[in-house]
Design a protein. Structure first.
Lengths: 262, 262
DNA sequence: CGCTTCTTTGACGAGCCTCAAACTGAGTGG
DNA sequence: CCACTCAGTTTGAGGCTCGTCAAAGAAGCG
């Protein structure tokens, strides 16, 4: 369950968070120090742990240092829908901090978090405008990711959804200082990916196989390698094929049928 | 394009908004008066008009008095995804007011709106705690609706999605004082519903026919009547069939296959 | 080394999409 | 008043995508 990551793919705990927020807003030295202080109050959670419950009013704001989590809802008949993934550098219960969590937050791997109450209070008090702006940007980013997810589920094929999700992971992790522009740790089971993308386990597997066969993806030992990120982006964003490729007349979208010809 | 509503299904402009917010938080007389003042600065928009653009920083907060709108995104290849519907009593650019609109807001029918800047300023200033709480609750409600939408798209069949959406409309409109517990105006084309539910026009039509054949829905002249709201709720929420019906062993979910037997 | 969890593959069927065309109703203009 | 048009709805036929059922490999773990 726990990931075995090549050491070079990971980053030191509080730096991940600092890095993320600095990319969103200029932070004063005081603000950065405050942020690093989050590393002092750490807690560990095992894979499967509930990090925040639905309607938890008292939910403590936290940052994730390492590990993956997700927001999810379980339907009465057992079906699960994952709304978003929480990666190193992400926050829990900070976004929309005026109201309670609207869904459960569950650890997908072992997770290390830090208490962010101090940071949130500083931002709310007006003493740390840079932090406040960074947290607001974090909120906007999350909302954007959720909208992307809706588009994936509503208007994309399995192949496109997977390409989109893999790119999202690569980009987000790189921002957090994990992985590079092609490689990143991917400690998810295919069931989890299916519950996020609205697909069955079997179809997730077949879609991944297809990506492999198309020379777009390598996936071993919990590490993913995007072999042709640009090509993946074309697929994910429903854009016409690359200029090098023979032009398809009406901007045909690329799906499984494209690669099935090969 | 414009709806022809039986008069008794509609409500007077600013009262819709007052009614909505009073359901969310106790409002003082001053706050209610402030809210009614929104009715003084009205504007009208034709069906198809862009009410707020993506990334519009200066977007003015507004309330919708009458008509329907939606948040949407258009993909590069022309596919459209609708994120949410905005009904009488709903707000534009109020939710997440710290950051810009993340998607386009488009009028689906003729729409009447009122300027809400005064209300938002009063809430932010701390002078109107009741309003502030109501706006926060409004924000939470919208987020919940968006999550419901994700579940629909990711984990429900066409039949379930449609049942869920119809119930959402009925409940929201009733809160706004439009329609009753069975009837409500539904001024959407099947194409629009398809773009929201991630379905093709043809399949939307077939799903509606199925609901009609199952005695669950009547839909004429832009007015929908839910003939068995409880039954629809069971279908939409993926719950086992009603107690009266013969029990299905493993909480089987009801879809088209259920009614196909009839 | 057996257990469990996860991945992989095959076979089959159902849900949903695409193409195509007929039908309806509301304008619009001769 | 009657074509004619245009947008929307409805229906049929056929096929691709994806889900379900089933079972056989891997891989981690006690």
């Amino acid at each position: 369950m726990t990931t075995r990551l090549p050491p070079r793919l990971s980053a030191r705990p509080p730096e991940t968070v600092v890095r993320r927020l600095r990319a969103l807003s200029a932070l004063s030295d005081v603000e950065q120090a405050l942020l690093r202080g989050v590393g002092d109050r750490r807690s560990s959670h095992a894979a499967g742990d509930l990090l925040a419950d639905v309607g938890a009013l008292e939910a403590r704001p936290r940052f994730i240092f390492s590990g993956w989590a997700c927001r999810q809802r379980i339907l009465p008949d057992g079906r699960r829908q994952i709304f978003s993934f929480l990666l190193p550098g992400d926050s829990i219960s900070i976004v929309g901090r005026s109201h309670r969590e609207l869904c459960a937050v569950v650890a997908l791997t072992n997770v290390e978090t830090g208490d962010a109450r101090g940071v949130v209070e500083a931002a709310d008090s007006g003493r740390a405008p840079g932090l406040a702006q960074a947290l607001a940007a974090l909120e906007a980013q999350e909302q954007t990711l959720l909208l992307d997810h809706v588009v994936r589920l509503g208007r994309q094929t399995a192949y496109e959804r997977m390409a989109h999700l893999l790119l999202e992971f690569q980009r987000r992790l790189q921002l957090a200082g994990v992985g590079d522009d092609r490689r990143f740790p991917l400690p998810l089971t295919q069931e989890v990916m299916g519950d996020a993308l609205g697909l069955s386990i079997v179809h997730v597997n077949r879609t991944l196989q297809q990506l492999r066969r198309d020379g777009l993806l390598e996936l071993r030992y919990g590490v993913a390698i995007l072999l042709q990120p640009e090509r993946l982006a074309e697929i994910a964003d429903a854009r016409p094929a690359a200029p090098g490729a023979p032009a398809v007349a009406p901007a045909g979208r690329d799906g499984l049928e494209d690669s099935a010809r090969a």
